[in-house]
Design a protein around this ligand. Structure first.
Ligand code: PRT
Ligand code: ZN
Length: 297
């Protein structure tokens, strides 16, 4: 690998909820690097990509400014930081990554009657997402005051420093244990892969495309299974109905029988135990479901 080739620089959360999944995904996409919790910079030795480990709050600006070409960050942080430092633009979202799912929601104390955004008029809203919350209020023609808090937003109503809150929710248990009720989602979030909008050399664009294809392959493989079974030939149509995600199965004769076949196929859908039981009831036997590691093409 030539030393002067342009290398992609990619920002990843240094230590937090997104870190392990990000590192795992990049490793499964074939990048080989020596990662340790205290490292800020890692060079992949088999792909022209360097990783920079940052606080997630810094990733949007680094990508916007072109210090990093790519970033893996929560959509919630991306939108908030880009709104705080400009008009919300400056990065291109290449892919939703399917992990780190959560939502930014308004929550009110139990007993508060919420009838829509207008119920917030004149109230104080505590949040770590002031710009995203302000955008929501603005879009809904609501005037409320925003109390910026950097952590433990859920205790603000009990402390009487705010009437309601706008915070990230995943299971909802933090809200419940603080006597709050989620009433409105203002942003559905997950981890996203973003690219800078600054001009990049064509070689780098090509490498980014190659990396993206690999990441897509890893993600698709995770959702896809390889299924094998034996079945009476007459049951084939029934089997296909039970597995709508199955694409063009390979059908092979089974040695020693005329009426039984082996069916092998890739299924784009999760195969549940119930489906396996239905397949068995339809006459299938020796049903195997195997994970797929990589997919390309
Ligand atoms: O140090 P650094 O600044 O990098 O990290 P951080 O502490 O700011 O962020 P971190 O690591 O906590 O979260 C990173 C990202 O994970 C967030 O920006 C979201 O995109 C995503 N994520 C997914 C979450 C959650 N789920 C989540 N549940 N981030 C935070 N929470 C918190 C939430 O703030 C609330 O306090 O969990 C609590 C609610 O959870 P439930 O399950 O009780 O509803
Ligand atoms: Zn953060």
């Amino acid at each position: 690998m030539a030393l002067d080739e342009p290398r992609i620089r990619m920002a990843v959360q240094k230590s937090g909820r997104l870190t392990d999944k990000s590192v795992e995904l990049l490793t499964r996409a074939g990048l080989r690097f020596e990662w340790a919790k205290d490292r800020l910079f890692c060079r992949a030795d088999n792909f022209p990509c360097d990783l920079m480990f940052l606080r997630d709050d810094d990733i949007p600006e680094y990508v916007k400014d072109g210090v990093c070409d790519l970033g893996l960050v929560g959509l919630n942080v991306l939108e908030e930081k880009l709104l705080q430092c400009g008009d919300g633009r400056g990065t291109r979202t290449l892919k939703r990554m399917g992990f780190g799912q959560c939502r930014l929601s308004l929550a009110v104390p139990n007993g508060f009657e919420y009838e829509g955004p207008s119920s917030l008029d004149g109230l104080r809203i505590a949040t770590s997402y002031p710009a995203t919350t302000a955008r929501f209020l603005d879009r809904n023609g609501v005037t409320a005051s925003i109390v910026g808090i950097s952590g433990s937003v859920e205790i603000a109503p009990a402390l009487k420093i705010a009437d309601v809150i706008c915070d990230l929710v995943s299971t909802g248990s933090t809200l419940r244990s603080n006597g709050l009720r989620e009433v409105q989602t203002i942003l559905e979030s997950e981890s996203v892969l973003v690219c800078t909008e600054k001009a990049l050399p064509a070689t780098k664009e090509r490498e980014i495309e190659r990396l993206l294809q690999r990441l897509e392959g890893v993600m698709r493989a995770a959702e896809t299974k390889y299924i094998m079974m034996n079945a009476p030939r007459a049951a084939l149509a029934h089997v296909r109905r039970l597995l709508p995600g199955m694409e063009n199965p390979s059908i092979m004769p089974l040695e020693g029988t005329n009426d039984h076949i082996a069916i092998h196929a890739v299924s784009r859908e999760t195969i549940f135990w119930e489906t396996m039981e239905d397949l068995k009831a339809a006459g299938a036997s020796s049903i195997l479901v195997l994970p797929i590691e990589k997919i390309i093409g």
